[in-house]
Design a protein around this ligand. Sequence first.
Ligand code: PMP
Length: 463
Amino acid sequence: MIDTVHANDPSAVIEADRAHVWHHLTQHKPFETVDPRIIVEGRGMRVWDIKGKEYLDAVSGGVWTVNVGYGRESIVRAIADQLMKLNYFAQSAGSIPGSIFAQRLIDKMPGMSRVYYCNSGSEANEKAFKMIRQIAYKRYGGKKYKILYRERDYHGSTLAAMSAGGQDERNVQYGPFAPGFVRVPHCLEYRRHEQEGAPSEHYGEWAADQIEQVILREGPDTVGGLCLEPVTAGGGVITPPDGYWEKVQEICRKYDILLHIDEVVCGLGRTGTWFGYQHYGIQPDFVTMAKGVASGYAAIACCVTTEAVFEMFKDDPSDKLGYFRDISTFGGCTAGPAAAIENMRIIEDENLLENTRKMGERLMNNLHELMSRHRVIGDVRGKGLFCGAELVADRSTKEPVEEAKVAAVVAECAAQGVIIGASNRSVPGRNNVLCLSPALIATPDDIDEITTAMDRALTKVFS
Ligand code: PMP
């Protein structure tokens, strides 16, 4: 039940929020007539709002974050114990939890070697971009400075991360952006008809070839890095087509381009393996992660590199500019790695990777069953507990449904007590993908409750 200590005067909290809080990703005009949602408590898969309404959270804290679920006392204790010993010291010195977590993390990432701590997914990506830029100076006289990113991928909210942002609708009115970031085409097979020359067979190889075309156009000696999400999240839950990743790796090797995988969403179990890229047998040079690293119990992000990358920054001790001259103040907070160690232990001891694979299969089966009855579902995609259902007005043209109807489905699910997401766009400017990413502890009943709510909501909105 809801803990009313935090909400003894709900209307005062709501009014304070309405008067002074600027919510993320939110158009505030509706709050003039509708109360903002204020979540006050969470247990397992469930959260409660300030008015006492209970929800099954099918999006792990709204944005794929609370991987091990709410109310984990052991994580809270690990953080408290650590904070009593040492809350902070700049990460130019080491820390006990920082060292232990780095060791355990690298154990899960064969071929990787070094962990650079910071606070957010955007920041972790910026670290990788800066390292790639600096390598261009150190190895290639500054020439190999360009970083490729993909249409529909998202890498963060800071300006350089937005310069690598593949969702134009998020970037409108914030330019100009940083130079040296170059876009490559998306790999969403369902929408290949919108891509000129896309074949109906071997689409994955073709989509990877498009990256090579961009490299050749830009000049391979100017391209230093390629940054991709293993499964695109906010851009429409885009699972890579067969043959894609093998070819991408081959292209990176061919042109000496560093491969940076953005695991901010997929990292720490979301897709049923420790990291999303591990489904595809590839070996990255950089892996960035944030959300699931400590499941939102503390802010922590990591930019992980190979030893070969690290070595490039220590090759000349007399070169006073040659090291990575970067800092993240709160990368020295010890709460993050203390929480991350316990978060990882929970995923291991409770077999959550296996559960994610099993429950992900159930979720996909349920979604396919919904698709067989609701013509508005044009495609379902997913990997592990990370799934999307794309809504179209017409299955043959694949014209997206009106955005207001998608919002109505989300609102109807919430009214039934299930929070799903829809801030995922596979078409520029349109929210038309329903997004599901429940915590990795989901049970068969939870999965069925989510899809039952969707079934009712789709029926109500579209019939
Ligand atoms: N990369 C991806 C793939 C993301 O989905 C996000 C956040 N949604 C980020 C980076 C940015 O993370 P943060 O909001 O922690 O800066």
